[in-house]
Design a protein around this ligand. Structure first.
Ligand code: NAD
Length: 271
């Protein structure tokens, strides 16, 4: 998600500093961005000079200290509350006092991240969807600690990125994932019960509901590890059995079959 968000922000004229933990990861993200821009030029979606200007606006670093002057920092690390809380504490000590710190979390409690900083009023959620350059929605998540100014800045940023911001309370899953994940989880249950094949279920939901992709193609796109983390956070919050991850999903994650990112999930992607 990080590289897609960097592309969206740079394409809408923002200067972007992309921070990864290793130089290799930072270079891989820049290579991904260059590939995406080259494809857009090739398809005639963006003139070459414009693509070059977008690329110019992005720099990559491994040092959190280089974010010191950022007006807004948006983290998109693994969906794990402990990792995010540690990162927010580090960002708090590395960024200037008026920097707004935001999270791209899909489900986790934003207030927990806010309280890891000395500036809880300047922390909110800015939740992009996958793939960020293509999806119109951004959920702006308001923890009870956030100031109106922080939320207004997040809404303006999302709009400046050409997205449609929708404000939502800091409850697990916000709007989209709270409604989407019972459906995805129940699709896995249906497969596990042998009601139909994965191809059949995907075809049914595309053809019968007009969805652009079926549940298994979507789970593979989101990442099965991220999907499991989302379901676990939803179950923790609501104790609703529809959010209790189905064993098949857990087994796929345990076996390292995480979807597109590992080239194998419900489907294979190396052919
Ligand atoms: N996958 C989706 O469809 C989707 C959509 C919207 C939001 N999100 C959210 O975006 C975030 C990232 O999800 P993703 O799907 O891109 O995950 P991913 O597993 O593809 O990428 C996570 C990245 O975070 C890095 N990372 C892990 N721990 C870190 C740390 N402590 N510091 C810095 N980097 C660290 C990993 O090396 C990896 O590159 C999550 O919060 C997720 O909920 C995901």
């Amino acid at each position: 998600m990080g590289s897609g968000i960097a592309e969206v922000a740079a394409a809408s004229g923002h200067q972007v500093v992309l921070r990864s933990r290793s130089q290799q990861a930072a270079e891989a993200v820049l290579a991904g961005l260059e590939k995406s821009l080259a494809k857009q030029v090739e398809k005639g979606k963006r003139p070459a000079e414009e693509a070059a200007a977008v690329r110019e606006r992005v720099t990559a670093t491994t040092h959190l200290g280089e974010l010191v002057d950022a007006d807004l920092v948006l983290e998109s690390v693994v969906e794990d509350l402990a990792a995010k809380k540690d990162l927010f504490a580090e960002l708090d000590s590395n960024c200037k006092p008026d920097t707004i710190l935001a999270t791209n979390t899909s489900t986790l409690a934003v207030v927990e991240m806010a309280m890891s900083t000395g500036r809880p009023d300047q922390v909110c959620g800015i939740h992009f969807f996958n793939p960020a350059p293509a999806m119109a929605l951004v959920e702006v998540v308001r923890p009870i600690t956030a100031s109106d100014d922080t939320v207004a800045t997040a809404v303006s940023f999302a709009a400046a990125c050409g997205k449609e911001p929708v404000e939502v309370k800091d409850q697990a899953g916000f709007i989209v994932n709270a409604l989407l994940f019972p459906y995805l989880n129940n699709a896995v249950r249906m497969l596990e019960q042998g009601v139909a094949t994965k191809e059949g279920i995907d075809a049914a939901m595309k053809g019968g509901c007009g969805f652009p992709m079926g549940p298994f193609a979507l789970l593979d796109l989101v990442g099965l590890d991220t999907s499991l983390a989302i379901l676990n956070a939803l179950y923790d919050e609501y104790r609703d059995p529809n959010y209790a991850a189905v064993p098949l999903l857990r087994r796929l994650v345990s076996s390292g079959q995480l979807g597109r990112k590992t080239k194998k999930g419900f489907y294979d992607y190396d052919r």
